[in-house]
Design a protein around this ligand. Structure first.
Ligand SMILES: NC(=O)c1ccc[n+]([C@@H]2O[C@H](COP(=O)([O-])OP(=O)(O)OC[C@H]3O[C@@H](n4cnc5c(N)ncnc54)[C@H](O)[C@@H]3O)[C@@H](O)[C@H]2O)c1
Length: 255
């Protein structure tokens, strides 16, 4: 049974891999045997790839802007040249810009959508094309609890809508590609123990406490818990699962 969870011989590309949850997703996929290509917007991602390689994982890296369609398409071709193709795509890169809806700036709305929603669509298409040609592949996009229910107390409407869009994009592509051998799923993290949340905890401890109090488990999610959900959906253990949004949120979305 454990073999079903392994990804030996597979190539996985993870966007937003330079830090945060993305780095732990890479660690999880590499830990079950995949060669992991770390992607981020600058070549600083090379240092993360080297650090994971020093832990004994098979890594490679590539720098491109996850909001730029032509850069994404070029990256898909480059990975095919280097590794013969991509078996797993994790569309993890994401940004958040906070503001009340009435004051939300048009350019901020566009920036958030460009990375979080357009970028996921372009990546799914660019990497999905090769997967469909080879008759196999798994795409996992990172949504958010904020795309499934309205969170509090902060306001970030563009983020929320982009993440709701990611969840539904996965359902639509899952059905359209269901007979091709390519599965498309999402993981929707709840509030997760990242550097960004640690910053909020230092500057606004009452906000961090609200998130914890509103999570039935009474704690933040760990990055490893999010990564474990991604690794499961990417693996043959999930071969019958497509179009699913896996909540890893400590119960936030059902409370
Ligand atoms: N941290 C949380 O509590 C939480 C909760 C729910 C969902 N998420 C989602 O999880 C994912 C990872 O979040 P995180 O907390 O690790 O964030 P993070 O800011 O720590 O990491 C995001 C990574 O994406 C990269 N990135 C951003 N824009 C990019 C672009 N245009 N091109 C290429 N790379 C780009 C950044 O350089 C960074 O390495 C995001 O999609 C986020 O929305 C996070």
């Amino acid at each position: 049974m454990l073999d079903l969870y392994r990804l030996d011989g597979r190539v996985a590309l993870v966007t937003g891999a330079g830090g945060g949850i993305g780095r732990d997703i890479c660690r999880a996929l590499g830990g079950v045997g995949a060669t992991v290509v770390l992607a981020d917007r600058s070549d600083r991602v090379a240092a993360t790839a080297e650090a994971l390689a020093a832990e004994g994982l098979k890594t490679d890296w590539i720098a491109f802007d996850a909001a730029e369609r032509t850069a994404i398409e070029a990256a898909a071709e480059e990975i095919a040249r280097r590794h013969g193709g991509t078996d797993v795509l994790v569309a993890n890169a994401g940004i958040v810009i906070e503001s009340p809806a009435l004051d939300y700036r048009d350019e901020d709305w566009r920036k958030v959508m460009a990375v979080n929603l357009d970028g996921v669509f372009h990546a799914a298409r660019a990497f999905g094309r090769g997967m469909i040609a080879r008759g196999t592949g798994a795409i996992v996009a990172i949504s958010s609890v904020a795309g499934v229910r309205v969170v509090r107390p902060e306001h970030h409407i563009a983020y929320d809508i982009s993440k709701a869009g990611v969840a539904h994009l996965c359902r639509v592509l899952a059905v359209e590609w269901a007979k091709t051998g390519v599965r498309v799923n999402a993981v929707a993290p709840g509030y997760t123990d990242t550097e960004m949340l640690a910053d909020v905890g230092r500057s606004h401890p009452e906000v961090l406490q609200t998130w914890i109090d509103d999570t039935p488990m009474g704690r933040l999610m760990s990055r490893t818990e999010i990564a474990a959900g991604v690794a499961f959906l990417a693996s043959p253990a999930a071969s019958g699962i497509t179009g699913h949004v896996l909540m890893v949120d400590g119960g936030y979305s059902v409370a």
